[in-house]
Design a protein around this ligand. Structure first.
Ligand SMILES: Cc1ncc(COP(=O)(O)O)c(C=O)c1O
Length: 188
């Protein structure tokens, strides 16, 4: 959706491919490839990634964030199914935002509730340019209700992760190539 949304807003987009194994290219590789823009106004990384399911280490993301001049958005839509999260980067670096959603792990995709965490200056800028209408009221009530029952959701994440691992093993046993996943889906 990022290129589509960029087009709608008349922004210049510059999609850069991942490695063949869906890993993040290193800074040296990005420099060699000459396509990556270290001066980009906005850099978007989905972590864990979709549709590969691959997760990225926080240390690796931090190296990338440090190399960027503009704002970096780390889209953590699937983070509850992963081994690591990069929230510390949004709290440490004033140009990094972490995006989260209630659409995946909290099953509220029909409510469209998401949020950014980052430096007050960036959040203030978002507040200035966002639509004047707020997240809908029922969505807010539903999102708050999930937070009242986090043990239930955390147990569910563990069940989903266990199912993902079992399904991956079974598919591998049938001869499929299954990519390691840190999300609630697998690429086979
Ligand atoms: C990486 C990623 N970010 C965000 C979203 C959507 O989040 P939301 O429902 O909050 O718009 C998706 C949904 O498919 C996704 O795959």
């Amino acid at each position: 959706m990022y290129p589509v949304l960029a087009d709608i807003h008349g922004a210049e987009s510059n999609p850069v491919p991942l490695r063949a194994d869906f890993g993040l290219p290193s800074i040296a590789e990005l420099k060699r490839g000459k396509k990556w823009n270290f001066q980009a106004a906005l850099t978007l990384v989905a972590t864990p990634n979709a549709p590969s399911g691959r997760g990225y280490a926080t240390a690796e993301l931090e190296t990338l964030c440090r190399a960027q001049k503009g704002v970096v958005v780390l889209d953590e839509a699937y983070v509850d199914f992963g081994n690591e999260n990069a929230m510390s980067l949004a709290l440490k670096h004033p140009h990094v935002l972490v995006a989260r959603t209630f659409s995946k792990a909290y099953s509220l995709c029909f409510q469209r509730v998401g949020y950014f965490v980052g430096h007050p200056e960036l959040i203030g800028a978002l507040q200035k340019l966002r639509d004047s209408y707020n997240v809908n009221g029922l969505g807010q009530i539903a999102a708050l209700a999930t937070l009242d029952d986090l043990p239930y959701y955390r147990a569910t994440f563990q069940k989903i992760i266990a199912t993902r691992q079992r399904l991956s093993r079974e598919l591998e046993g049938l001869g499929f190539e299954v990519l390691p996943s840190q999300t609630n889906f697998i690429l086979v």
